[in-house]
Design a protein around this ligand. Structure first.
Ligand code: 5GP
Length: 360
């Protein structure tokens, strides 16, 4: 048994120090950057926000909106190959869309078909396994890089320097980092495994950047300020699931619920309010296993939850809010370009992040 004594930090444990800035207006900052990768020869200009490859968020509809904002979408792995081909041939997916694969043979066959038959359409691939520490993940990275040397390859999930280094040196351009931080995740509760997201970013970004790689912070964004903190800590990309799951463009049925308010109408009857919700579920939940596979195998326990999210604004408004927050952040810290954000960031460790007198 061993214990690391240093305190590990999450987004909520820090605030960011404002600094003297020569930027007069939020309109003067550049929220996109040019991404150059270790292995993939392509360069991409974008804002490193990625919609997660969860079934209700990593969808064609969400992808179309993300592309418009020069943001990314990681499509979920459950689309049949014909649907993916139709989508990538009808939309400009080259830069901003990732195709996901797990370790199953049918995932590999699907991706191989697309990469070989449609070589100029979509060559961004995400190998997504909740636990990238198992050896088959690295083997797949090596195989993909050998077979398709020019692809942009993201792989995850990891939370420590040694695996980040190993995966990048094996052929990954981007390592997806985060275990147990997701909003629909209960891994920490049922296994005790995980690492606070900010410390994960510090360590993994430092290691990745040292060898020409990049990281994507995956999970745990509660507020838009957390996106800013993730970039500030060194993340090149920030992936979000729950944040988008309540918008009307996300997949999933809308359910209506009625609530009795404490107000009365002119006839003295209590006013009933109707609220709309979207169903959102973790991809390792029993619900997801039943929906997308053949039920939950006996050797597994559910590591995800099902939640009802109050219907939110449209995705375009959410993305506008993210960019607004990011621009303001960059103005506060004096970073003119997205690429400079982490150099300009200094964190305060805090005991209290928000004033919650009137709610969060
Ligand atoms: P969020 O932005 O909702 O906080 O986190 C999204 C991330 O949570 C996803 O990209 C994925 O890495 C993770 N995630 C999604 N579903 C599950 C699940 O069922 N269990 C666990 N452990 N993580 C999940």
């Amino acid at each position: 048994m061993k214990i690391y004594e240093q305190t590990e930090l999450d987004f909520k444990d820090v605030l960011v120090k404002p600094k003297r800035s020569f930027i007069n207006s939020r309109s003067e900052v550049e929220v996109t950057r040019e991404y150059k990768f270790k292995w993939c020869p392509r360069r991409i200009v974008g804002t490193g926000i990625i919609a997660a490859n969860m079934a209700t968020v990593g969808t064609f509809e969400i992808a179309r909106h993300m592309i418009q904002s020069k943001m990314f979408c990681c499509l979920h792995k459950h689309y049949p190959v014909d649907d993916l081909i139709k989508f990538i041939t009808e939309n400009d997916c080259r830069d901003y869309v990732f195709l996901s694969m797990g370790l199953r043979d049918e995932d590999y066959e699907k991706i191989e078909t697309i990469l070989t038959q449609y070589p100029d359409k979509c060559r961004n691939i995400c190998i997504d396994v909740p636990n990238a520490y198992i050896p088959r993940v690295k083997d797949l990275v090596v195989k993909m890089r050998e077979k398709f040397p020019d692809i942009l390859l993201m792989v995850g999930n990891a939370v420590t320097a040694e695996l980040v280094e190993d995966l990048i040196l094996s052929g990954a351009d981007i390592v997806k980092c985060g275990i147990g931080s997701g909003s629909a995740c209960i891994t920490r509760r049922i296994t005790g495994v995980g690492r606070p997201q900010l410390s994960t970013i510090f360590e993994c970004a430092d290691t990745a950047h040292g060898i020409g790689g990049m990281i994507c912070s995956d999970g745990g964004v509660v507020y838009i300020g957390d996106v800013c903190k993730a970039f500030g800590a060194g993340a090149d990309f920030v992936m979000m699931g729950g944040f988008y799951a309540g918008c009307p463009q996300a997949a999933g049925d809308v359910i209506e619920k009625q609530f009795i308010t404490n107000q009365v109408d002119e006839n003295g009857n209590q006013i009933i309010e109707t609220k709309k919700f979207k169903i959102f579920y973790g991809m390792s939940s029993e619900y997801a296993q039943n929906k997308h596979y053949h039920g939950m195998p006996k050797y597994r326990a559910s590591e995800g939850r099902v939640v009802e999210i109050p219907l939110k604004d449209s995705i375009d408004k959410l993305n506008q809010d993210i960019l607004g927050g990011l621009r303001s952040y960059m103005t506060y810290i004096g970073a003119r370009r997205l690429k400079d954000v982490s150099k300009c960031t200094t964190f305060y460790r805090v005991n209290t992040q928000l004033n919650t007198v009137f709610g969060e």
